[in-house]
Structures are given as structure tokens and as C-alpha cells.
Design a protein around this ligand. Structure first.
Ligand code: NAP
Length: 293
């Protein structure tokens, strides 16, 4: 099957961003529990430099990775940035000094996060920002999103998307403004619900369906983390057929599952990064996809 090798984020906005259909998620770069400097700083910088050398045009980050560690590594490795690089950050959460994860979604919190991302990434406008819905928040989704769209009007943000949304939240957001993209947990072994950090995200397939109905790109996370340990037999069979690795077939499955999917596999290893980006060259047949289910 021919797959699309590029994807356009914010296709219906005044500022569409077209990128190669495989990005890189930076969350694996900081130390344990996504905190502090990388275990191997040199390798982390090599991976980021390799993203540019290998033509990767989409990086996912957050100022709460580290805290500030991935943003600083990105700027250290890649600044001044290639014109076609889309850096996507997330707001709505923050970290305590004890590494805890907190809710940070009041309008003034979001503004502080955006300013901090602009500073640590050394840019004047962020191409794409996902508002990450956190569990247990008292702030109304509408209030947070209004603040996001406000900052878009001011020019601090080019495109606004959402992360960790359920179907109801996504529909509210779509009714409020132009949703450029959605970043939710999704993968071969993870298509219904997902639970992490005390949050249950349900209706993942429904979210995917709403994205398809509205032509909104879906940027999946934890696609390998949740699927690789299960060692699916069908994945292994297809991997053998293509002389590929299970990670590559998991990613190839995402790329063939729907053309609106933009995978952002995360890794702390340069060898895994080089392996993962080759998934874009794998062409699965219709029978393969039917077999994988
Ligand atoms: N919006 C959100 O709430 C949210 C939440 C989580 C993540 N994210 C974003 O999504 C990105 C992707 O998620 P993720 O980092 O969890 O990535 P992932 O793609 O699900 O998998 C990462 C895990 O798979 C391993 N791995 C990667 N490539 C491999 C390969 N070729 N062979 C064997 N193991 C491999 C990594 O270990 P090694 O390091 O050893 O390779 C790591 O344990 C993150 O980096 C982050 O940017 C967003």
C-alpha cells in the first residue's frame, strides 16, 4: 500500500504546517522519571542532531520534561533551527521540585508556561502547542482553551491542539476554534482506554474517529511502550516477512492504519532512533494490515 510520507497540521488554518510523517518525541531524553539531565548527555545531543541530519521535521517536547531539560537540549543541539522544523510543546502541567506532576491549567499558568517555552526554546513563536488535559482539574476546559486561542491571536502560538482528551472534550474544543492536532495515547495494543499518572483516558478509538471526521492529525504517544512488551505474535510474523524489527512494524502499522497519524516514537538510544525512522520506508500490503487487524 502506498502511504502518505508527509502530513499537514492545521490544514484548515491560515498557517498549515507540512512535515515528514514521522517525528521524534523527546520525553525519553531526561533522567529517570523524566527529570534532570540525561544519563548519557552526549547521546541525547547526537539523537537531536540526527533528527536534523535525517530530515525529521517534527519534535515533541514540554517544559515539564526535565524540568526544561528537553527544551534546553533541543536549542543546544539544533539552534538556529531549520526553517521547516515544527517544534510542538505542551502546556497544562508542571513539575514540583520533588519530581511530582501538577496541574497548571489556569489562564495565568498557561501564559507563564508559554513564555517559559519561548525562552528555553529561544523562539518568538511556537509552531504548535497542545493543551494537555490533566486529571482532577477545577479549571473549565473552555477557560483554558480561551487562553490558548487568545495567545494564538497575540502571535505567541501559531497552531493550537489538545492532548489527553476524551471524545466530549474534543468536541467542545472543535466547537470553540480550530483544533490543529490531537496528541493521545494510541498504538497497536492500545486502542480503547489508557491509564497513567492516575488518569484514565477513555474513548481512544472514538477520539481517533472524531479526528478522522474532522481531518485532524492524530499524534500518538506510548505506541511502542505499550505494544512492544506484549510481543504480539502477528507483529513478529510480519516483522520476519519484511526483515524488520517489531518496533518498525508497530510504527508501520500506525502509518498504514490512518493517513492522519503522525507517529513520534521516543527513545534515549541513537540506534533505536535510526531503526525507528526506517519504518517510513516499509510498505505493508492490504493483506498484511488485514492480518494484523
Ligand atoms: N501528551 C502526553 O501526555 C504524552 C505522554 C507521554 C509521551 N508523550 C510524547 O510522546 C512521545 C512518544 O512516547 P514515548 O516516549 O513513550 O515513546 P514510545 O514510542 O511509546 O516508546 C518509548 C519506549 O520504547 C523504547 N523503544 C523505542 N524505540 C525502540 C526500539 N526500536 N526497540 C526497542 N525499544 C524501543 C524506548 O526505550 P529506549 O529509550 O531504550 O529506546 C522506551 O522505553 C514522548 O517522547 C513524548 O514526546 C506525550
Amino acid at each position: 500500500m502506498d502511504i502518505k510520507k508527509t502530513i499537514t497540521i492545521g490544514a484548515r488554518t491560515a498557517n498549515p504546517l507540512t512535515v515528514k510523517r514521522l517525528g521524534y518525541g523527546t520525553m525519553r531524553l531526561p533522567g529517570e522519571e523524566v527529570w534532570g539531565e540525561p544519563e548519557n548527555r552526549d547521546e541525547a545531543l547526537k539523537i537531536l542532531k540526527a533528527t536534523s541530519e535525517k530530515g525529521i521535521q517534527f519534535l515533541d517536547t514540554a517544559d515539564y520534561y526535565g524540568k526544561d531539560v528537553t527544551n534546553r537540549l533541543i536549542s543546544e543541539a539544533l539552534y538556529p533551527y531549520n526553517k521547516d522544523l515544527v517544534i510542538c510543546t505542551k502546556v497544562g502541567a508542571n513539575r514540583g521540585a520533588d519530581k511530582s506532576w501538577g496541574i497548571y491549567d489556569k489562564p495565568e499558568n498557561l501564559r507563564a508556561s508559554i513564555d517559559n517555552n519561548l525562552k528555553t526554546l529561544k523562539i518568538e513563536q511556537i509552531p504548535l502547542v497542545h493543551f494537555r488535559v490533566m486529571p482532577g482539574t477545577y479549571t473549565l476546559l473552555e477557560e483554558s482553551l480561551n487562553a490558548m486561542f487568545e495567545m494564538q491571536k497575540e502571535g505567541k502560538i501559531l497552531n493550537v491542539g489538545l492532548s489527553n482528551v476524551n471524545p466530549e472534550e474534543l468536541n467542545i474544543a472543535i466547537a470553540m476554534g480550530n483544533v490543529a492536532s490531537v496528541e493521545n495515547a494510541f498504538g497497536y495494543e492500545q486502542r480503547t482506554s489508557f491509564s497513567a499518572f492516575g488518569q484514565e483516558v477513555r474513548g481512544m478509538q472514538e477520539v481517533m474517529d472524531i479526528c478522522v471526521k474532522n481531518s485532524i492529525p492524530m499524534i500518538p504517544f506510548f505506541s511502542l511502550q505499550t505494544s512492544l512488551p506484549k510481543g504480539a505474535n502477528k507483529i513478529a510474523i510480519i516483522a520476519e516477512k519484511y526483515n524488520a524489527t517489531p518496533a518498525q512494524i508497530n510504527l508501520a502499522w500506525l502509518l498504514h492504519y490512518n493517513e492522519l497519524i503522525l507517529p513520534i516514537p521516543g527513545t534515549s538510544k541513537l540506534a533505536h532512533f535510526n531503526e525507528n525512522i526506517k519504518a517510513l520506508d516499509i510498505s505493508l500490503s492490504e493483506e498484511d494490515m488485514e492480518f494484523l487487524g
